[in-house]
Design a protein around this ligand. Structure first.
Ligand SMILES: [Mg+2]
Length: 196
């Protein structure tokens, strides 16, 4: 089965890396992401555009190569491959960061992913013709998306692709429709995919 895997918060511990980068580089205390947020940019009490700029600066720095993998993801990806699944990654990271992104993936998950797709979601002036994650999944024959962002799972649902929502503090409170299932860890993902 062809499975699309999101990168940030599913494979890469992005939010911790971002906060550490900011606190070190700017001597500024940015709080981490927390449970009372409904949208990630609320972590810093600022507008979406301001928060997007912070994310952009971090993503463009070469420091994204230093991110730690999410616990269990290295073994989990290996197990999905061993079960015979085909894997791609779909990320909202900017296209210009994809060389470093691919290099990072090859460090922790060598040879695991067939391709990496970017939707470049941080672009503030949205191009309506741009493919979203749901379009990418549907057009490439993806049978399942694994993502931590509910809106992307919804995009996949709209294109007939079911998904697994990886639990994070900011999606824990959401009630999910039937075609989006919650998973709390990589071992749980592997258990579910043994039955496909
Ligand atoms: Mg993510």
């Amino acid at each position: 089965m062809l499975i699309a895997v999101d990168i940030d918060e599913v494979l890469a511990d992005f939010s911790r890396g971002l906060v550490e980068y900011y606190n070190k580089k700017h001597g500024l205390y940015l709080p981490g992401f927390h449970e009372t947020m409904t949208e990630w940019w609320q972590a810093w009490g600022e507008t979406r555009a301001e928060a997007v700029e912070r994310v952009y600066e971090f993503v463009r720095s070469r420091e994204i190569i230093e991110l730690e993998p999410i616990p269990g993801s290295v073994a989990g990806i290996k197990e999905l491959k061993a079960l015979g699944h085909e894997l791609i990654v779909v990320t909202g990271r900017p296209i210009e960061s994809m060389d470093e992104t691919w290099a990072w993936l090859e460090v922790y998950y060598p040879g695991a992913f067939r391709r990496a797709y970017s939707t470049d979601f941080h672009i503030i002036s949205q191009d309506k013709d741009r493919e979203n994650k749901g379009d990418i999944c549907a057009r490439r024959g993806v049978k399942l998306l694994i993502d931590d962002f509910y809106d992307y799972c919804r995009e996949a649902s709209e294109r007939g692709v079911p998904s697994l929502l990886f639990t994070t503090p900011w999606n824990r409170h959401l009630q999910l429709p039937a075609d989006i299932s919650r998973v709390n860890s990589w071992p749980e993902i592997v258990e579910r995919l043994k039955n496909f």
